[in-house]
Ligand binder design. Structure first.
Ligand code: C5P
Length: 242
């Protein structure tokens, strides 16, 4: 069971919307939400200024850009993302250990340049959950999905990623494999009674935390609720057992 403060810190609200809506949600959730997620759609539409605008409202930002390029390019991108103020940044483990090491070097460089004590932390995506066994075989990888996820997650953390992004269903195995200090971020979380929408392998917030998740990404159950603040509070209550 988490304390109320730990529960708030464990929830990342996915702002999959335009800037106006993102800022109005940030206002509605002020003092309640601690973390928000900015994905590619919002970032490419609004640019790095959106990160600063959210941070100015007291929020920590998970910049979900899923970086995947040659190591040199990823180092520069990670540095820029970090200088924009991102607290957490996603990369693809499939870019390989050199790419992960350069991403780490990029965020460390930015922390020195920006004179900040808490550098941007990195989380690696092993395989997109949209990739099933068939698509894995199609791209020439013969291993079972579960094995591949564990292998890539271990490789990314070994090369300097602070954590991984995975489905709640993989959290327990990866927690055992990667140890207690690794950040495990899980989307696909649905509070009891919420509509699963297009998510398939869903889990409740409490079950995901019990499985070993450090942070939960929750989008539409909060952002599309008639009262987003009340919906966030009910997840906090579920996690903190109040
Ligand atoms: O609205 P919902 O709670 O489904 O949003 C979940 C967020 O997590 C979205 O921003 C989505 O892009 C992201 N995500 C996901 N499943 C993954 C990886 C990321 O739903 N496997």
């Amino acid at each position: 069971m988490l304390s109320e403060s730990e529960a708030r810190d464990a929830i990342i609200v996915a702002l999959d919307c335009d800037q106006r809506r993102a800022l109005s949600l940030a206002e509605a959730l002020e003092g309640r939400a601690r973390w928000v997620k900015v994905g590619m759609t919002l970032f490419y539409g609004e640019g790095p200024a959106i990160v600063g605008a959210l941070r100015d409202r007291g929020l920590k930002v998970f910049l979900d850009l899923k970086l995947h390029d040659i190591p040199f390019q990823v180092r520069g991108a990670a540095r820029s993302a970090s200088l924009s103020g991102a607290d957490l940044l996603s990369i693809h483990a499939l870019g390989g250990p050199d790419m992960v090491r350069e991403a780490r070097a990029g965020v460390e460089e930015a922390a020195v340049e920006g004179g900040v004590r808490d550098r941007t932390r990195l989380v690696a995506i092993s395989l997109l959950t949209s990739m099933g066994q068939d698509s894995l075989t199609e791209v020439g990888i013969d291993a079972p999905v579960g094995e591949e996820v564990a292998r890539l997650a271990g490789l990314a953390v070994g090369a300097g990623s602070d954590g991984v992004v995975c489905s709640p269903w993989e959290a327990a195995e990866l927690r055992t494999l990667l140890g207690p200090a690794t950040l495990i971020v899980t989307p696909g979380v649905r509070p009891q009674g919420a509509n699963a929408g297009d998510q398939r392998r869903v889990s409740t917030p409490a079950a995901a935390i019990a499985a070993g998740a450090s942070k939960l990404v929750i989008g539409r159950p909060i952002t599309q609720a008639p009262d987003p603040a009340a919906s966030l509070e009910s997840v906090v209550a579920e996690l903190a057992g109040v």
